[in-house]
Design a protein around this ligand. Sequence first.
Ligand SMILES: Cc1cc2nc3c(=O)[nH]c(=O)nc-3n(C[C@H](O)[C@H](O)[C@H](O)COP(=O)(O)OP(=O)(O)OC[C@H]3O[C@@H](n4cnc5c(N)ncnc54)[C@H](O)[C@@H]3O)c2cc1C
Ligand code: FES
Length: 245
Amino acid sequence: MMQVNNAIIRSNENIGKDVYRMVLETSIASEVACGQFVQVQVPGFYLRRPISVSEVLDENHLVLVYKTVGEGTAALSEMKENEVVNLFGPLGTGFPVENRDVVLVGGGVGVPPLVETAKQYISNGNQVTAVLGFNTKADAILVERLKECGAKVVTASMDGSLGTKGTVMDAIKENGIEVPFVLACGPLPMLKAVASCYSCGYVSLEARMACGMGACMGCVVQDENGQAKRVCKDGPVFQIGKVVL
Ligand SMILES: Cc1cc2nc3c(=O)[nH]c(=O)nc-3n(C[C@H](O)[C@H](O)[C@H](O)COP(=O)(O)OP(=O)(O)OC[C@H]3O[C@@H](n4cnc5c(N)ncnc54)[C@H](O)[C@@H]3O)c2cc1C
Ligand code: FES
């Protein structure tokens, strides 16, 4: 059940180019399903910032992995151990956890929620292949973490500095990955490419959000029948073919 909760920052480390990993102590952790997010109240900012839960470490600790793109995330990156941030969550409809092998496709800061998703599929005895795409090697995040969790990881980069030169779809082809079930999170062009190649799976969307709980209709997309769907509540995860990308 979603709740408002003060969380204590246990660590907040720089883990890549403009990317930080924050461990938070919060009772919300025990409620999180993979692919869900929290709305973070950054001190001094009126609107909360939506960030996916990357991992649940135990019933009192969760991990956020975020990139500094503007003032809110920059202020978050400057917060120190033992400071408090207010969280609202867990929010949204996450990835389904099914008993089958899966290919996880992530691009840039779409990779974080795939870590908890990989852990859940692996703990159910399934094989997980993660295909991760970045602009350059310097932007790569969570590659080693996903390997530690037991996923087979292949990478792609636009400049060829890491893995396959090109997109995640090029890496899927080059590595002969034939698993038919996909879960994807990343930029819209990547999700469109995934949805055009896979009929079976789910994509996680991003939208600018205000309330984050389904009330303001500020984050709507259209479903296959032209009906409005809220990314924050009906999503962010939608079945391929059920939402207009
Ligand atoms: C469900 C969901 C989950 C997310 N999970 C993560 C995550 O795990 N890690 C992570 O790094 N980021 C994630 N984001 C994106 C994150 O919310 C934004 O980067 C953040 O709110 C930016 O805040 P800011 O104050 O730093 O930037 P702002 O000053 O608000 O904006 C700076 C720049 O970022 C762009 N931007 C801001 N918000 C978004 C957004 N929601 N989508 C696309 N572009 C945006 C703006 O257009 C602008 O160019 C997620 C977003 C959603 C909706
Ligand atoms: S952000 Fe208000 S309905 Fe989604």
